[in-house]
Design a protein around this ligand. Structure first.
Ligand SMILES: [Ca+2]
Length: 331
């Protein structure tokens, strides 16, 4: 019993320490990397950032598409990123005159091998190498009524997968959440964190000034030397897709000498752990496999650890009390 409690307590401590470790530089300005950030009045555009298609750069926003049909626009960081651990904060605004369900298609944030060039995946090419976060505002798959739109999802691709618009990318997504991101009066934000093979996506869209978790998965491998970017597309329906800022922060995380000696630019984008593997069970590529450490498993693990500690405490207290009683009898 004691051994179980000790190991459980230790596990709990490791999990908590890991959590704290991940949060240490959240939004800390001294770790802002200007060469990978896009901020007003966008002076880096033309040198550190390139853009194409319908993208319009003003002094207060970068409009990837206007609220007009059949537009595609993108912007990307020409400076490759060699940070191993990073967090990107994106301030965005999606707005338009379209009423409920009559707007689209959404936009995507990228960490990819090449710069962006036009294609069918929210204005970017298909297939891509790297990471995509989709902010999909239009439901294409009428069979997928179990989720509400807009829907935010993450996808990692080594060039072997195509994005399936007809199914809103569901067959290749790693996780996601619904979020009301359109026509909001207040500011809307999204954060993507990548550290120690863990990918986390958080949203702040309800004017509460706090991050809400959307995606959190381990086992994600991404190389260094890729490019950040954003793109958007409209079809028969449209919206203004505006980027106000993209701020990249370096996370101060220590790595082992073995990890440091690896050539991180040679890593192939891949995923070994999944939050909801059943959604990808029919993935023909077999790209996604491995034992999942789901939110539920972590929760049960923590519950066991806590129960162990509590039981141990109660037993200890009872034993102590009995000894006290026994001692009293001698007086
Ligand atoms: Ca869609």
């Amino acid at each position: 019993m004691l051994r179980f409690s000790l190991s459980s307590a230790l596990l709990l401590l490791v999990l908590i320490t890991d959590r704290i470790h991940c949060d240490i530089t959240d939004g800390n300005t001294e770790h802002l990397k200007r060469e990978h950030s896009l901020t007003k009045p966008y002076q880096g555009v033309g040198s550190q950032w390139d853009f194409s298609g319908s993208t319009l750069v003003t002094s207060s926003y970068v409009r990837l598409t206007p609220d007009e049909r059949s537009k595609q626009g993108s912007i990307w960081n020409t400076v490759p990123c060699y940070l191993k651990d990073w967090e990107m904060h994106v301030h965005f605004k999606v707005h338009g005159s379209g009423k409920k369900n009559l707007h689209g298609d959404g936009f995507a944030l990228w960490y990819i091998k090449d710069g962006l060039y036009p294609g069918p995946v929210f204005g970017n090419h298909d297939p891509f190498h790297g990471l995509a976060i989709f902010l999909d505002t239009f439901r294409n798959d009428l069979h997928g009524m179990d989720r509400s739109f807009p829907f935010i999802s993450a996808m990692v691709n080594n060039g072997s997968l195509n994005y399936d618009h007809g199914k809103d990318g569901r067959s290749s997504e790693l996780g996601g959440c619904s979020a009301e991101i359109r026509n909001r009066e207040h500011d809307t934000y999204l954060a993507v964190r990548y550290s120690r093979e863990r990918l986390t996506v958080m949203v702040d869209v309800d004017d509460k000034n706090e991050w809400k978790e959307c995606v959190d998965i381990g086992g994600v491998r991404l190389p260094t030397g890729y490019h950040f970017g954003a793109s958007a597309a409209t079809g028969d329906l449209s919206d203004n897709h505006d980027i106000i800022s993209m701020k990249l922060y370096q996370l101060m995380v220590e790595h082992t000498p073995e990890e440091e000696n690896l050539d991180w630019t040679k890593i192939q984008p891949s995923v070994s752990l999944l939050k909801s593997p059943k959604d990808n069970i029919d993935d023909p590529t077999g790209n996604f496999r491995g034992a999942p450490l789901t939110g539920w498993r972590v929760f049960l693990l923590l519950l066991c650890a806590l129960l162990g500690v509590v039981v141990c405490g109660v037993v200890g207290a009872v034993v102590f009390q009995r000894r006290q009683d026994r001692n009293k009898r001698f007086y």
